[in-house]
Write a protein of this length. Structure first.
Length: 89
């Protein structure tokens, strides 16, 4: 019974993260795969989840293709987001 409760809590926390993370405004999950997301600008699905999509949107070319047509303001938002994450480490 504990396993069921724990998995339910895990799904709920993942759903909450999805609502909060700004990245979901620029991509969407590709059913039925949880770790496959599709960019709303490029319309290309990639594996690796939301972390990889952040690099795609920031055009870092780290483990994902950088797409030139991502708007510059979006690129800056995600570049700064990734940069601040690196500083915290």
């Amino acid at each position: 019974m504990w396993e069921t409760s724990r998995s339910t809590l895990s799904r709920m926390s993942q759903a909450k993260k999805k609502e909060v993370d700004i990245t979901w405004q620029h991509c969407e999950s590709v059913p039925p795969y949880r770790l496959q997301v599709k960019c709303k600008y490029y319309f290309h699905a990639c594996w690796g989840g939301i972390a990889r999509m952040k690099h795609h949107l920031a055009r870092t070319k780290i483990n994902v293709s950088a797409y030139i047509s991502v708007p510059d303001d979006v690129k800056e938002i995600f570049f700064k987001l990734l940069e601040s994450k690196d500083k915290k480490k």
